[in-house]
Write a protein that binds this ligand. Sequence first.
Ligand SMILES: Nc1ncnc2c1ncn2[C@@H]1O[C@H](COP(=O)(O)OP(=O)(O)OP(=O)(O)O)[C@@H](O)[C@H]1O
Length: 213
Amino acid sequence: MENKAVISVQNINFFYGSQKILNNFSADFEKGSFTCILGESGSGKSTLLRIINGLLTPESGLIKIDGEILNAENLIQKRLEMGYVLQGNSLFPHLTVFQNMIYCLKLLKKSDAFCEDKIADLLHLVGLKEDLLKKFPDEISGGQKQRVGIIRAIAHDPKIVLMDEPFSALDSETRDKLQLLVRDIHEKLKTTFVMVTHSKQEAEVLSTNILQL
Ligand SMILES: Nc1ncnc2c1ncn2[C@@H]1O[C@H](COP(=O)(O)OP(=O)(O)OP(=O)(O)O)[C@@H](O)[C@H]1O
């Protein structure tokens, strides 16, 4: 039967030096699902996310995005079909909040007017005020940075959003708020989410599927 998964990870083997991190690993991620990846520290959760995003290449096995095998030729195009929220603060420090948010939109050559309209909509969705747009990342709070990172990851309407412990550095109140925000975004946009977390509670709040590494 044809495989309808948006992301299909097939028989991946990945090593760091002589250390085998992923051993003949396979998993499918269905369209519109929200998968939380749980596992002990060092079990390879971030490595798997980087392989899906094409930042790391496995020794063997393959990744299919929407049925197409990820390879050197289609890597840049496929990466633009994904949004990526990295661990901690991953905003570009030399760009303003607005420039950070539209980073992928500009790679896709969207007009200034398109970017402005898009960000105006998303600001509302994540509860940020317009006066933040001209600031630089070191002038805003941790929770605001994470919201900006989430907007950057979703602004170009990717098919897939990958998130690597996006809330780990936040206080519990901000974390709870952002969990609900991400859940709302998933419900509204029906994008396929894959999120690495240490927290079973977070996985229970957010996920439609749990992948244990
Ligand atoms: N650049 C690297 N070079 C060598 N070994 C690495 C590198 N990055 C990660 N590792 C090792 O690979 C293993 C898997 O790392 P990874 O970051 O994928 O784990 P993780 O499950 O995400 O861990 P954590 O929950 O602590 O973030 C770990 O043993 C780690 O030490």
